[in-house]
Design a protein around this ligand. Structure first.
Ligand code: TXA
Ligand code: MG
Length: 316
């Protein structure tokens, strides 16, 4: 009882922190998540900084119920059948709903979004109290093991991230990730929910994505946003015909479109603008020259993403 009272006080307080853009670690049935308001890019950047993650991977968005998930993603009939596993350790990668209130750092520029409803009463209570979906990778520093107790989270982040203590996680293995494209389901990551169980429930096979299908496959299996335009990195000035994605003080681009990731040379601002500006220039030009970005702090993740965007794409 004392615990329950303590938890409800905690939840109000921690939900307030989330709404204010702070990070809060929370329990799920799989592993502890490092939560941030998924609608707030500043908050989502905190996830990368706190984990020390050197790249922008799309993040799972935790919802209180299917209704909340349906505000973010388009549910086909098959997706609705898969949602019978919610709350539970199944993440669905679905087309992002146009106009969904979601930071594009959560989807890393993709037009799909990964959603799940976790089966932990405290996680659901926290999301409801915050009134916003929570982006949340596992709550460990990059390269370390996923935590299954609040103590591990506290230790991993040296007490810098507040943790909602829900006891030990029951599964300890991350959620199974399934991408739904029309009437087909493809498992992108094996996890706590066995594929056979999913197949039995939906009465149809679930394909397994090839080793690096997440990178190479066409359509929605791609987990990396790739612009159509050709990218030239480390460009101190645009050439004729190129759009220019600048960073820091930059000359005008009289010959083509120009966006500036951060005129002040601020890497947080640049990270916030990265995907939207790439999308904008991609729609305006066949070639984009990108200014050199310092490699410190968030610059590492920005440069990683730019390198991937510039890499020649495998043919579908
Ligand atoms: O059990 C779990 O799933 C835990 C708990 C905290 O919920 N979360 C978790 O999140 O494992 P994370 O961020 O470590 O895993 C995200 C995975 C990545 O492998 C990412 O590539 C994939 O989900 N993913 C996310 N959005 C995607 C998208 N739109 N398309 C393809 N893959 C996506
Ligand atoms: Mg992880």
């Amino acid at each position: 009882m004392a615990d329950a009272v303590q938890n409800s006080l905690d939840i109000v307080h921690l939900a307030g922190l989330l709404k204010a853009g702070r990070l809060v670690a929370f329990p799920t049935e799989t592993v502890y998540g490092l939560g941030a308001d998924a609608t707030n890019s500043e908050a989502v950047l905190g996830i990368y900084e706190t984990k020390g993650r050197p790249r922008f991977n799309p993040l799972i968005v935790h919802c209180a119920d299917q209704q909340m998930a349906e505000t973010l993603a388009e549910f086909s009939p098959l997706a609705r059948r898969l949602a019978q596993f919610w709350p539970g350790p199944l993440t669905l990668v679905l087309p992002r709903k146009p106009g969904a209130n979601l930071s594009d750092l959560v989807t890393a520029g993709l037009d799909t979004v990964a959603v799940r409803v976790p089966a932990h009463p405290l996680a659901l209570a926290l999301i409801r109290a915050a009134g916003t979906p929570l982006a949340g990778p596992s709550a460990n520093p990059s390269g370390k093991l996923s935590p299954t107790t609040a103590e591990q989270v506290i230790k991993g982040f040296q007490g810098l991230v507040p943790v909602l203590d829900g006891g030990p996680c029951t599964s300890g293995v991350e959620s199974t990730i399934v991408a739904v494209e029309g009437g087909t389901a493809t498992q992108l990551r094996a996890g706590a929910l066995p594929r056979r169980e999913i197949e039995a429930a939906i009465g149809q096979p679930v394909a397994i994505a090839a080793q690096n299908a997440a990178v190479a496959a066409p359509g929605m299996l791609a987990s990396h946003y790739a612009p159509n335009a050709k990218l030239r990195l480390g460009a101190t000035a645009p050439r004729p015909g190129e759009a220019y994605l600048a960073f820091g003080p930059a000359p005008a681009n009289p010959l083509g479109p120009l966006r500036n990731l951060s005129p002040a040379g601020d890497l947080r601002e640049a990270a916030r603008n990265l995907f939207s500006m790439l999308h904008e220039l991609d729609a305006l030009a066949e070639a984009i020259a990108v200014a050199p970005i310092p490699h410190a702090g968030l610059g590492e993740a920005i440069n990683d993403r730019l390198r991937r965007a510039a890499a020649p794409r495998p043919r579908a």
